[in-house]
Unconditional design. Structure first.
Ligand code: ATP
Ligand code: MG
Length: 422
């Protein structure tokens, strides 16, 4: 064991206490229960439901060698911020809200995964950039900048721009009174609106199923039954128009019912690279050829030793929906669809991107809504059904407008494949 002098020990503890204080002030701001264990600092921090202040349990006794090591914290000394931020980043990735730290000039020093993912940015590339580059909003619409300008924290302000939710900011000052950091935490309420919408859609679907599906089946049955007694002209009308139209209506209702109450997920272990290249590849190949679309793959080899627990057919349906949307967005120009996979912690991120005209910003927030369609013959159920399927697989599905075309990002949890030797 290394022998530390009393002075060294005291300094180390002062430093640790500052770090603990920082965690504590941060966790205090969280609006939900939270628990975090740091094995380097040998402490556990926990904030239970309804508890204002987090409680801290240390693994080590503060009494060592008979010396009382309780040391007073001097708040005027600088906190080792850069180190703390590096430390905090992986912890804050566990938080489902957007958390961004900026300095007094609005330059990002920390950005959690949720903030980067929802804005479609690469988190590491955002460090050192101005916050407007992350949010892609004019400066006057950025609450964090307002907080810097007023030099005041903002409490529970409703935000309604590209996102809908509640923002809070807190300020940390330097000794000279200038702003050291503004911490902003944004709680998105879009998910809540999404759930409400789906609940309403579900209730309507149940009604539609009872009221329309049965008479449709009856009409279809009678048409089939009587058609042979009718003149040829009418038989052809029934076969070519009436029955296909009834079948179309029936399939719309079935799709809609699937959103409200999707078919049971029959999961199996699927290697995602194999699935994308072989199962999906095979299906896309002929259609791609037919529509003059090139399909390119860029698959992360690390994923060869990981599986997803998924329903193969449902997953195929998701990608086929995306592919059909790409085909339908194609102009006279040749089109390329890029499918890539990337291992990210314990998730696979699948990017499905086309280089078509992209999705107009005015509609991008609505494309996952049931029945939202810009197409004359579209039912607007493809994307909402796809997202529902992904969510049933404990994943997420988002859209992002890149420099060209539309890009859909699907994240699914992965499990490391057991090797034969283990
Ligand atoms: N790759 C894409 N490029 C451009 N716009 C797209 C793309 N994918 C989806 N969209 C837009 O999103 C809307 C909703 O898509 P969604 O698949 O849910 O419905 P749809 O394709 O219109 O109808 P359905 O899939 O039910 O036949 C589309 O109408 C289109 O405006
Ligand atoms: Mg579609």
């Amino acid at each position: 064991m290394v022998d530390l002098s009393y002075q060294q020990l005291k300094e180390r503890i002062t430093q640790l206490e500052k770090e603990v204080e920082f965690y504590k002030s941060f966790v205090k701001e969280l609006s939900f229960p939270f628990q975090f264990t740091d094995y380097t600092l040998e402490m556990r921090m926990e904030k239970r439901r309804g508890q204002k202040e987090p409680t801290i349990t240390s693994f080590v006794s503060q009494e060592k060698n008979g010396v009382n090591l309780q040391v007073h914290i001097d708040p005027s000394t600088d906190l080792p911020f850069e180190r703390l931020e590096a430390f905090l980043a992986p912890i804050l990735d566990l938080v489902p809200h957007h958390i961004v730290f900026v300095d007094g000039n609005g330059i990002i020093t920390l950005c959690n995964l949720q903030a980067a993912n929802d804005t479609g940015m690469d988190r590491d590339a955002m460090i050192g950039k101005h916050i407007r580059e992350l949010l892609q909003l004019p400066d006057e619409a950025i609450i964090t900048l307002k907080s810097i300008e007023m030099n005041e924290p903002i409490y529970n302000q409703e935000v309604l721009d590209r996102y809908y939710g509640i923002i809070n900011t807190r300020l940390i000052h330097n000794e000279d009174g200038s702003i050291k950091r503004v911490i902003s935490m944004f709680q998105s309420l879009n998910m809540m609106k999404e759930t409400e919408k789906l609940a309403v859609a579900g209730r309507i679907a149940a009604g539609i199923a009872h009221e329309i599906r049965n008479p449709l089946t009856t009409v279809r049955g009678y048409l089939q039954f009587f058609k042979n007694d009718l003149p040829d002209r009418i038989i052809s009308l029934i076969d070519k128009l009436l029955i296909p139209e009834l079948d179309r209506a029936n399939s719309i209702i079935t799709d809609f019912l699937n959103i409200a109450k999707p078919a049971e997920v029959k999961t199996e272990k699927i290697n995602i690279n194999e699935f994308l290249m072989e199962d999906l590849g095979l299906l896309l190949r002929s259609e791609a050829l037919l529509h003059d679309i090139e399909v390119d793959y860029d698959l992360d080899e690390r994923l060869n030793s990981y599986d997803v627990e998924a329903d193969r057919n449902q997953l195929l349906q998701v990608f086929l929906n995306l592919f059909h949307n790409a085909i339908e967005a194609k102009t006279e120009k040749a089109m390329c669809v890029f499918v890539s996979s990337k291992l990210h912690n314990n998730l696979v991120q699948i990017y499905f991107r086309d280089d078509g005209p992209g999705i107009p910003p005015t509609i991008i927030d609505h494309i996952f809504d049931p029945f939202f369609s810009t197409k004359e013959t579209g039912t607007g159920l493809g994307l909402s059904l796809s997202r529902k399927i992904i969510e049933l697989h404990k994943g997420t599905m988002k859209v992002q407008n890149g420099d060209v075309g539309a890009c859909f990002i699907i994240e699914l949890p992965v499990i490391k494949r057991e090797t034969a030797s283990s």
